[in-house]
Design a protein around this ligand. Structure first.
Ligand SMILES: Cc1cc2nc3c(=O)[nH]c(=O)nc-3n(C[C@H](O)[C@H](O)[C@H](O)COP(=O)(O)O)c2cc1C
Length: 396
């Protein structure tokens, strides 16, 4: 690969991803559903929150280390699971290495392109993410495989409503990369020679399979085969959440919580961590940004469970805003994918460095010596910003 040039913002990483990736791969990362109201709000909401910086008496030392899911991490940012294929030949292994190099954790999607064994070997702080697909026996088999590979936490994602239309169009993704598909997609690949060259060097084409969903050491199912199985699986109940948590036994995150009543049920089910998240706007369009739902959830269950947030994080100051409103840490979805597309492992390290320096600047300006000192008093919160979802005594 040509030498990757440093970039100063996630916006620049995204521009490079758009230039470098074939159109259909790029648009699979843009994602979102229906009108895109939620995806848009996820980033816009951070822009509504302000800071009131100090001018002197600032802290020379600023600590941003913390723990999440039992893991010590050097900054309150780690990688969210994303089941995306074909961004880069090293895929999730490159992301895991970058996270390890920057002292933080990796979450691996069960729809990812690399086996959990390779990813956990690249980053011992790997969490494995599962959807409720295939039924209990298959779930346990996958979970045990991840445990044997060294995964140190389990993430259950259940905020998915199989919405499949977007006004700006969904990418055409082939069932598998056979000769016919390669010929069909050849013009896109030729228009993006660097991406093509990166894959050509490995001697492989993106194979669009889900190796972490193979059964009993058998062949990996195709991405769409695995998606079909998921669509046909009976939907999980709260008892199923508690059951899976018990099977795992260790740190367990329920990802996709947006309502106070669901957060309380998650606590009752024994989960150790929740992620306030709307799946990056890929679920039910019209769901507000997680940062709006966070304060009510933190008020209700903040002392009972670890709370993280994902959705719309593009800069270090976004991280500081989420922490000030009650999150312990945040996860990066698209920001890490843009970094991966822009520069492989180095690109993801670059994104994590942007987060670190942005957090540091915000702490400096706020006169805080540690992320532990942050509170809502550090922010300017406009009236009506909060969305207190799922409070029994109130209409939404
Ligand atoms: C292209 C794409 C694929 C994703 N795949 C998964 C997945 O397989 N499992 C999962 O739990 N979340 C998945 N997510 C959601 C992310 O983990 C995360 O919740 C979301 O991207 C956060 O928003 P952000 O992209 O604005 O950071 C995906 C998101 C995107 C954009």
């Amino acid at each position: 690969m040509a030498k990757t040039e440093w970039f100063e913002t996630v916006a620049e990483a995204q521009r490079r991803a758009a230039k470098r990736l074939p159109k259909s791969v790029y648009s699979a990362l843009v994602a979102g559903s229906e009108r895109g109201i939620t995806t848009e709000d996820n980033t816009a909401a951070f822009g509504e929150l302000g800071f009131a910086p100090h001018v002197a008496g600032l802290s020379a030392k600023r600590d941003m280390s913390t723990t999440v899911m039992g893991q010590a991490i050097s900054l309150p940012v780690f990688i969210s699971p994303t089941g995306v294929q074909a961004v880069h030949p090293d895929g999730e292994v490159a992301v895991a290495r970058a996270a390890a190099a920057r002292g933080t954790a990796m979450s691996l999607s069960s729809f990812a392109s690399k086996p959990v064994e390779e990813v956990a070997a690249a980053n011992p702080q790997t969490f494995f993410q599962m959807y409720w697909t295939g039924g209990r026996d298959k779930l346990v088999a996958r979970m045990e495989r991840a445990r044997a590979a060294g995964a140190v936490g389990l993430i259950m994602t259940s905020d998915w409503s199989f919405s499949n239309g977007r006004d700006w169009g969904s990418p055409a993704i082939p069932e598998k990369m056979d000769l016919r598909a390669m010929l069909r997609f050849a013009p896109e690949g030729i228009a993006r020679p660097r991406w093509l060259f990166d894959f050509a060097k490995t001697g492989k084409v993106p194979d669009l399979t889900a190796p972490n969903l193979s059964e009993g050491g058998g062949p990996a199912p195709t991405f769409f085969g695995a998606y079909g199985e998921w669509m046909q699986t009976a939907l999980p109940t709260w008892e199923d959440v508690a059951w899976l948590r018990e099977q795992w036994g260790g740190p367990f995150m329920l990802k996709g919580v947006m309502r106070v009543d669901d957060a309380r049920r998650a606590v009752d089910a024994g989960v150790t961590t929740i992620s306030v998240s709307n799946h990056g706007g890929n679920n039910l369009d019209g769901t507000p940004a997680p940062i709006r739902a966070l304060p009510a959830i933190a008020d209700a269950v903040g002392s009972d469970v670890e709370i993280v947030l994902d959705g719309g994080i593009r800069r270090g100051s976004d991280v500081v805003k989420a922490l000030a409103l009650g999150a312990r840490a945040v996860m990066l979805g698209r920001a890490s994918l843009w970094g991966l597309a822009a520069g492989g492992q180095v690109g993801v390290e670059n994104v994590l460095d942007i987060m670190r320096s942005g957090i540091d600047s915000a702490l400096l300006g706020l006169g805080s010596s540690s992320i532990q000192d942050l509170s809502a008093n550090d922010l300017i919160i406009p009236d009506g910003f909060r969305r207190d979802l799922g409070l029994k005594d109130r209409a939404l």
